[in-house]
Design a protein around this ligand. Sequence first.
Ligand code: DOR
Ligand code: ZN
Length: 433
Amino acid sequence: MLIRNGMVVLPEGRKRLDIRTHAETIIELGEHLNPEQGEHVIDASKLLVLPGFIDSHVHFREPGGTQKEDFLSGTRAALAGGVTTVLDMPNTQPTTDTQEHLSAKIALVAPKAVVDYGFYFGATDTNIDEVAQAAHKVAALKLYMGSSTGSLLVTEFSPIYRHFSTFPLRKPIVVHAEDEQSLHYFGTQGSQDHNQARPPISAQIALSRALAIAEKTGRSLHIAHTTTQRELELIQEARQKGVHVTCEVTPLHLFLTEADQQRLGNYGKVNPPLRSQSDQDALWHYLDVIDTIGTDHAPHTRQDKDQPYAQAPSGMPGVQTLMPLLLNAASSGRITLEEVVKRCVSNPARIFGLKNKGALEAGKDADIVLVDPEQEYEITDREILSKCGWTPFAGTHIKGKIEHVFVRGTLAYHKGAILATPGSGRAVQYVDA
Ligand code: DOR
Ligand code: ZN
């Protein structure tokens, strides 16, 4: 296939180029490539050409929560949003914290996936040996220092330290950095304001612990969903001291604040919470410090969200709206497409060691998205392919529409239609695995 004359977004800049693919792979990028006989040619002269996004933080709920999402609905939502690779979190039921549970999950979801996928392994107080056996099969270890949806939680120093000192050096330990003791304290003061019940200080305390442990053990630490200025300052300072720390921000925290939480009620409840306007401003101000934009796609049914505050689960869907929101932010000049591609493609591929992913270059998988930068539309609940059927971004006006999505060279989505068949998605391979 030859994708001709598109404006190709590379991390270092934009260029008008042709891209040739063969079977599943990109084989050539260049100017004025001549079509070969019988070659399928796509005219991209009015389109942006982006690498498929890698969402390194999704909760697809399989097994155990498939009324909220399963691997088919979750990966279809990803595909419609230009996300061609996902890394799925371990807080399923059962939790992905033994080799047996990991193997069962792999077998269960493989026939359903329509984009490529990898998994996290969950840390517990006692599963050090299981982690050692499974590490080469997963993208990363996920360690919850504060409780959230599901039962995974490690709060004591000794298991945290043991996980850090034994996990393979080349893979990241991804930490949900909210401190359990302080969550307990603030959560029992009677506030129904989620940002007060799980305040910024909880994130600051957990992050400080994690940074100190990563420094001492020399491990690679990746901080999930940073939300405050203080966290980014701490990360920057640790990095200057040589700590191997990278971090993520979610579109939820980039585009919504606690004012939206008031409007959305429990539908806006997420851990860590939507923060103040000044914290959100800091995320944009410190964008240079942020390595990845992952969605924390955490679907919950309306029925779950319609319960009273204390019972309503935390989390919002996001995998389908990641690229649209960022295209729109780029079209209004808040961020450049190059900065987006670094955080949604190149950096996640590097941090999680994803083989054949991460760039529009010869030899990589042909995961390619074509976007009409001029088309405008409004996000509505109707187009949401997640089983939850709603989005906190309903009503948001977007400039820039996804037209074609190729997964490893095959047209998998075209102008609103999912063409991929269940099982066409494949498990990612890891560098050095
Ligand atoms: O709000 C959240 N929801 N935060 C998490 O850490 C987990 C997620 C979920 O799985 O629902
Ligand atoms: Zn999460």
